[in-house]
Design a protein around this ligand. Structure first.
Ligand code: HEC
Ligand code: HEC
Length: 479
């Protein structure tokens, strides 16, 4: 046994001994007090799903992870072969630095922005089936930008926020900002009432089903009942047999044995994904500063409550995504691509839940805040890039002391962290126990939520005691 594995062996042995004794010692204590709920890790289903819904979640994950092949309708042009190939960090349904390209011709005088629809715009499909011509960025495009992949966690809850609960911040805006709701029509209800968009970098989509249909078509080339006709390279959509290199008749997606299309399955997975965890759950100095300097004017720090929907696990639930879901003029940070109501310079405030996991990878729509010396530097670069309506809060941020900036960064890094996850890898394993076992304090008040040890204080009473260890046992996932 080498030194490291021996150490891990000992730490595991200690873990089982302490944990075993703990269960015995405090069984009585716990029966008197409610058990602390364990936050689901990213990629886990929402708590409270029925067995039938859990089954749909599992089948949905299969569809989301499934690698499409040519016989199923992949292509003729696409950006990848499965949803998961872009949405994978730290697990299926998540985010990544993988980027797609959008292009067009900028507005000049009375001529508006031209998305070059007839030349395959504004989204490029960079890959092609072997027999097909590739889609290239047309020579006349003078706006060519990248957008990276955001995560899909907690999207059933996001979808179940009432439109009016988003619009209230448009009608009664916080001082200094003027967000606008992006009003759109879901593809599945073309004649139904318009809804407030909330998905995508420009809030261009209101429902998970529309996004799943759109992404199936635009990213995988899988035509479906909502987006029924395949794209052709640098040309308008042409129904089969017009496009000779994809021989599967449109629409390529269709019902399985239970009547669900692939886009329905993918939708189930995303709707039933739990929201990202946050640890400590509250009380960090950085959050108070974040609120005080105006970040929360857009990255709303108060919770939303969902409306009643078909699933109890999604109904009347609170969620704290740290966004207003509104479009804001971000000045020079804009990407030059108008979409629907959203102008060249507008972006939706992105949810900051889970941002601690994204920060080491890439931040901002084009991932420009990445690859710096530290996670803190990536966060700092993302913050100071805010222009337009975000500029005033940057002035306040720049005026903070180094210590207060660190508080803000530490708060942002708490968004996405599991309790007890010292390694910050979305698992609670024996390695985390190895790191945390020496920090036990026993009962009392020993530290605040700003302390690194606070990740072990699940009941947030200022200590890391046997009650917390009992919760650690339940949170234990292994590597
Ligand atoms: C080639 C990489 C890629 C693939 C493959 C891909 N996506 Fe995405 N996804 C993205 C990017 C980039 C965005 C941001 C799009 C935008 O708003 O411009 C995105 C956004 C989303 C969003 C909205 C996220 C938010 O923050 O609101 C959803 C939902 C989504 N994708 C679902 C899917 C599904 C379902 C599939 C499979 C059918 C899929 N994606 C395949 C890259 C990808
Ligand atoms: C006017 C609204 C607004 C204010 C105020 C604001 N933000 Fe943002 N924030 C945005 C928008 C919009 C984006 C997305 C911009 C982009 O991707 O180019 C963003 C992006 C971010 C990101 C990157 C998120 C990601 O997933 O890539 C971080 C981190 C962030 N903001 C933190 C802050 C902090 C900290 C403050 C306060 C100093 C703040 N924001 C103030 C609107 C705002």
């Amino acid at each position: 046994m080498n030194a490291i594995s021996k150490d891990r062996f000992i730490s595991m042995a200690t873990f089982s001994r302490v944990a075993g004794a703990t269960a015995f010692v405090i069984a009585g204590m716990l029966s008197a007090s409610a058990q602390q709920p364990i936050q689901p890790r990213m990629g886990a289903p929402l708590p409270g799903l029925t067995p039938a819904e859990l089954n749909r979640f599992a089948l949905g994950k299969d569809a989301f992870d499934h690698i499409q092949d040519v016989s199923e309708g992949l292509g003729p042009i696409m950006n990848d072969t499965s949803c998961e190939h872009c949405h994978f960090g730290p697990t299926s349904g998540g985010s990544s630095g993988k980027a797609v390209t959008r292009f067009g011709v900028a507005a000049v005088g009375p001529n508006p922005f031209d998305p070059l629809d007839n030349l395959g715009g504004s989204l490029q499909q960079a890959l092609t089936l072997p027999t097909c011509t590739p889609e290239l960025v047309p020579a006349q495009a003078n706006v060519v930008i990248q957008r990276i992949t955001p995560p899909c966690f907690g999207f059933g809850l996001v979808e179940a926020i009432a439109d009016v609960d988003i619009q209230v911040r448009e009608f009664i805006p916080p001082p200094g900002v003027s967000g606008r709701a992006h009003i759109v029509t879901p593809a599945e209800t073309p004649l139904g009432p318009p809804r407030v968009g909330r998905f995508g970098w420009k809030a261009q989509v209101a429902t998970v089903l529309t996004f799943s249909g759109d992404a199936s078509m635009m990213e995988l080339g899988l035509s479906n009942r909502l987006f029924p006709i395949d794209n052709q390279p640098n040309g308008p959509a042409v129904a089969f047999p017009g496009g000779a290199c994809d021989t599967v008749p449109d629409p390529e997606d269709g019902p399985d044995g239970q009547g669900f299309h692939k886009i329905d399955r993918m939708t189930d997975f995303q709707r039933f994904l739990a929201p990202p965890p946050q640890t400590p759950k509250s009380g960090m100095t950085g959050e108070a500063i974040f609120n005080a300097i105006g970040c929360a004017s857009c990255h709303v720090s108060t919770p939303y409550t969902t409306v009643p929907v078909a699933e109890a696990a999604l109904s009347n639930k609170t969620l704290k995504p740290y966004t207003d879901f509104l479009l804001h003029d971000m000045g020079a940070l804009g990407d030059g691509i108008p979409q629907g109501m959203a102008t060249e310079t507008e972006f939706r405030t992105p949810p900051l839940w889970g941002v601690g996991i994204r920060a080491p990878v890439a931040l901002l729509h084009d991932g420009r805040a990445s690859g710096l010396n530290s996670v803190e530097d990536n966060l700092d670069a993302a913050i100071v890039a805010h222009g337009g309506e975000g500029a005033a809060s940057v002035v306040n941020y720049n005026a903070l002391s180094a210590g207060d900036k660190l508080h803000v960064h530490n708060f942002l890094l708490s968004l996405g962290r599991l309790e007890f996850d010292a390694e910050y890898d979305n698992n609670v394993s024996e390695v985390d126990w190895f790191f945390s076992r020496t920090t036990m304090t026993g009962p009392g008040v020993f530290f605040t939520p700003d302390s690194p040890i606070a990740i072990n204080d699940i009941d947030q009473d200022g200590d890391f005691d046997l009650r917390d260890v009992a919760a650690l046992q339940r949170a234990f996932t292994g590597t």
